[in-house]
Design a protein around this ligand. Structure first.
Ligand code: DP6
Length: 320
C-alpha cells in the first residue's frame, strides 16, 4: 500500500491559461511544453488502516497549504471510503514560485497513489486524473516535448519529440523565491471574467499550437522562438489587463527579457518564456548554454540560476 514516484516539472511554450470547465478543471486551450530533468519532486504515498488521519509532509515540514487539493486527488483515485494516507514529498526547487512545482507534484502524486493501490500504469487515465487537480500536471507524465489536447470528455497528451531528438537546454533565472501573490487557478478565473483580451487569447491558440507543432517537427528553432515568446506575452497581457491586474514580473524579470533580446540581436539562438511568477526561463541549444547562463547571472536581481536538459518523464522508484 505504499509507492514512491518522481516527476519533473514541465515548462509550457504554448501556455494553458483559462478553464473550459472549472468543476472538472478542464483547460480552455491546448498547450505544448518541455519536460525538464534536473528539477524534481518525489511523492511517497502510503495508505494504511493504521494511519488515523491524512498527513502531508513537504520537505520534512507538516503542511496545510495544498492539503485539500492533495486529499481531493487521493479521494478521486482511491474513493472517499479509502484508508487515510501519509504523503511525504521532497522538491529540489522553490515551490509555488512560478517554477511549475504543481506539475511535478501532482503528476508524482497521481502515479504514487495509483501504484500504492496496485493499479497498473495508464498514461491516459493518469493524465486525466492529474489534470483534474492541476491542468499543467498532465504534461509531466511524458518526457521531451509534449502536447496536451482537449478532447470531448477530457484531455489527451502525446509526446511530440523524445528528449534527445532535439536536445534543448532550459536556463532558469530565479529572481524571487517568495510564494506567488495569487494562485494560477484564481488568476485564470479572474482573467476569464475580466480581461478584454481573454476571448482572442482563446481564439488564437489553435494557430499558435499549429506553428509550434510544425517548429518541433522541423526542429526550426527560430520559428519555435517567435511563436513561444508571442504566446507567453499574450498570456501575460491577458493577466495584466485583468481587473484587478495580475502582474507576476519584477524588474529583474524585465532586465532578463532585455538581455535575451540583445543576445538575439547578436544572432544567438535563445528565447524566453515566463509563467505565473517572476522567473525567466531561457531556452537555447547546448552550444550557447554557458554564454546565456553568464549573461543572466550578471543581472542585478537574479538570485540564482538553475539549468536543465529535457527529461524522459516520471519514474516509479519503489513499490512496496
Ligand atoms: C502559467 O496548472 O498551475 O504555468 O490547473 O489551476 O492548477 P491549475 O493551474 P496550473 O497553471 C499553469 C499555468 C502556467 C502555464 C502552463 O503551464 O501552461
Amino acid at each position: 500500500m505504499q509507492a514512491i514516484a518522481r516527476s519533473c516539472p514541465n515548462i509550457a511554450l504554448i501556455k494553458y491559461w483559462g478553464k473550459r470547465d472549472t468543476a472538472r478543471n478542464l483547460p480552455a486551450v491546448d498547450s505544448l511544453s518541455l519536460t525538464l530533468d534536473s528539477l524534481w519532486t518525489t511523492m511517497d504515498v502510503k495508505f494504511s488502516p493504521e494511519i488515523l488521519q491524512d498527513e502531508l509532509i513537504i520537505n520534512d515540514l507538516q503542511q496545510n497549504n495544498e492539503f485539500s487539493r492533495v486529499k481531493n486527488c487521493l479521494d478521486m483515485i482511491a474513493g472517499k471510503n479509502r484508508n487515510f494516507a501519509k504523503i511525504k514529498s521532497s522538491c529540489n526547487f522553490p515551490i509555488s514560485a512560478g517554477l511549475a512545482s504543481s506539475s511535478s507534484s501532482f503528476s508524482a502524486l497521481v502515479i504514487a497513489a495509483n501504484s500504492a493501490l496496485g493499479k497498473k500504469w495508464n498514461t491516459h487515465l493518469f493524465a486525466n486524473q492529474a489534470s483534474a487537480i492541476s491542468g499543467s500536471a498532465a504534461r509531466s507524465l511524458l518526457g521531451g516535448i509534449v502536447e496536451l489536447e482537449n478532447i470531448s470528455n477530457g484531455i489527451k497528451i502525446q509526446q511530440l519529440s523524445k528528449p534527445n531528438r532535439w536536445p534543448l537546454k532550459v536556463i532558469i533565472a530565479i529572481t524571487d523565491t517568495k510564494e506567488k501573490v495569487i494562485s494560477s487557478s484564481k488568476a485564470m478565473k479572474l482573467s476569464a471574467r475580466t480581461s478584454p483580451f481573454y476571448a482572442s487569447w482563446i481564439k488564437d491558440q489553435t494557430f499558435d499550437m499549429r506553428e509550434a507543432r510544425a517548429a518541433v517537427t522541423d526542429q526550426d528553432f527560430e520559428k519555435l522562438a517567435v511563436i513561444s515568446e508571442h504566446n507567453c506575452l499574450k498570456m501575460h497581457s491577458v493577466m495584466w489587463t485583468s481587473r484587478p491586474s495580475i502582474v507576476y514580473w519584477n524588474s529583474a524579470t524585465i532586465e532578463c527579457m532585455h538581455t535575451i533580446r540583445n543576445l538575439q540581436k547578436k544572432g544567438v539562438p535563445v528565447f524566453f518564456t515566463i509563467d505565473a511568477g517572476p522567473q525567466i526561463k531561457a531556452i537555447c541549444v547546448p552550444e550557447n548554454e554557458d554564454l546565456i547562463e553568464k549573461s543572466l547571472s550578471e543581472i542585478v536581481g537574479v538570485r540564482s540560476i538553475m539549468k536543465s536538459d529535457l527529461g524522459s518523464g516520471p519514474s516509479l522508484d519503489i513499490n512496496i
